[in-house]
Write a protein that binds this ligand. Sequence first.
Ligand code: DAT
Ligand code: MG
Length: 150
Amino acid sequence: MERTFVAIKPDGIQRGLVGEVISRLERRGLKLVAIRLMIVDEGLARRHYAEHVERPFFPSLVDFITSGPIVAMIWESDNAVALARQTIGATNPAEATPGTIRADLGIDTGRNIVHGSDSPESAEREIGLFFEPGHALDYVRSNDPWLRES
Ligand code: DAT
Ligand code: MG
């Protein structure tokens, strides 16, 4: 089992898309194991997006992600990182595949609703930034045998 970090960004909350985003990941079959409604401060924003520090859009990205509450989550499944990224869609909603969250719900790269870790290593790092160790729950879902053959 793999875990990935997904966050509904401030635009997703302000537009009332929290349920929609969670529902899409749930229906895909991923399992929610941790969730937190929170404000990201500038320090956390800069650490989370550290790989982009030299990019021209970095200051507006930090402003945006700190502009209102986000929903930070950990989702679990086989291949969770890739599956969540696939359900989320490409970075630019205008280029994302229809059927993905970003294509169906957005139009602009700077307002693309949701974050998803891009690798298992990023997921581990990002989970560590947003959650205390041991915060994620281990639990059995009764429909798992209907979702996975083994
Ligand atoms: P992703 O969120 O798909 O992993 P990323 O890691 O390359 O994409 O970038 C992080 C976020 O930064 C992205 O969700 C939106 C913003 N961003 C990326 N490229 C951008 C650009 N060219 N102009 C404005 N914002 C951008
Ligand atoms: Mg990224």
